[in-house]
Design a protein around this ligand. Structure first.
Ligand code: SF4
Length: 261
């Protein structure tokens, strides 16, 4: 039998602990659970975790709500990013939200506060949502990676954002799948290339395909646009303004989809 991909990932990530997403979430992601359980039976006793934890059973309590997922994710060590970050930054919003927006990873302020999209990019997102007529309480925000990846600045104490590797994204994917399974958004919005390519494939180009409705099993409507942080990096006010207008326009189309639901 082929091992479940999440077992392979967990092995690569060096974690078979109860806090890893593959285990906590598996109870109710049933197809994955059965694959995993069969693979575990096959593997048990052969591949102990580096930490020496040989208790490979899935968590006893099904993580079927956002609070329980958030609590479980707080102790996740399925990849190395937890070592240098302050805390897990889980998604935030209502489990009844019609829209889920997915970015790349938490930034410096998100890492310190433990909340997604509270930094400058989050504030710009809030402004754009308001201009597009989307009720912020109808949006669940999260990231494909839940820990802040950074490197120290050459001078000073600043922490510089570092792009997550594919292996980081894959290790963290079960948490995002779990959020999707609980929230069941009508519209999934990928913010930026990292989120779009991790959810829609490596060939996806936000520059060419932004705003298009993409067929996907992830949600009835899936669409990608830029990450608001890219607007903050615009070279001058004029270009920042035009990028913001284009972003708001994408969000207005999303608002129309919500009205049609
Ligand atoms: S980035 Fe994701 S998979 Fe890696 S330790 Fe954090 S929560 Fe776990």
């Amino acid at each position: 039998m082929l091992p479940c991909p999440h077992i392979v990932l967990s092995e690569q990530a060096g974690s078979f602990g109860r806090g890893s997403p593959s285990f906590v979430i598996a109870d109710w992601l049933s197809p994955r659970f059965f694959l995993m359980r069969n693979a575990l039976k096959h593997k048990r006793g052969i591949s102990p975790s580096p930490s020496g934890n040989r208790s490979f059973e899935p968590a006893q309590t099904p993580a079927s709500s956002l609070p329980s997922l958030r609590q479980a994710a707080a102790s996740c060590k399925a990849c190395d990013l937890w070592k240098t970050a302050t805390q897990t930054v889980f998604g935030e919003g209502s489990s009844h939200a019609h829209i889920m927006m997915v970015g790349e990873q938490p930034g410096d302020l998100e890492d310190r506060t433990g909340r997604p999209f509270v930094g400058p990019a989050g504030k710009l997102l809030d402004q754009a949502l308001s201009e597009a007529g989307i009720d912020r309480s109808d949006v669940y925000v999260t990231n494909v990676v839940k820990h802040f990846k950074w490197s120290p600045a050459e001078r000073g104490k600043r922490r510089i954002h570092k792009k997550p590797r594919d292996s980081d994204i894959q290790a963290c994917r079960p948490w995002l799948d779990a959020e999707l399974a609980v929230v069941k958004p009508k519209i999934l919005v990928c913010l930026g290339a990292t989120a779009a390519q991790s959810l829609l494939g490596k060939e996806f180009r936000v520059s060419r395909q932004r705003g298009q409705i993409i067929e996907s099993p992830l949600a009835p409507h899936v669409v990608a646009t830029v990450h608001p942080s890219s607007i903050l990096r615009a070279q001058d006010d004029e270009s920042r303004h035009s990028q913001m207008q284009a972003f708001v326009q994408d969000l207005k189309h999303i608002a129309q989809l919500i009205k049609k639901k």
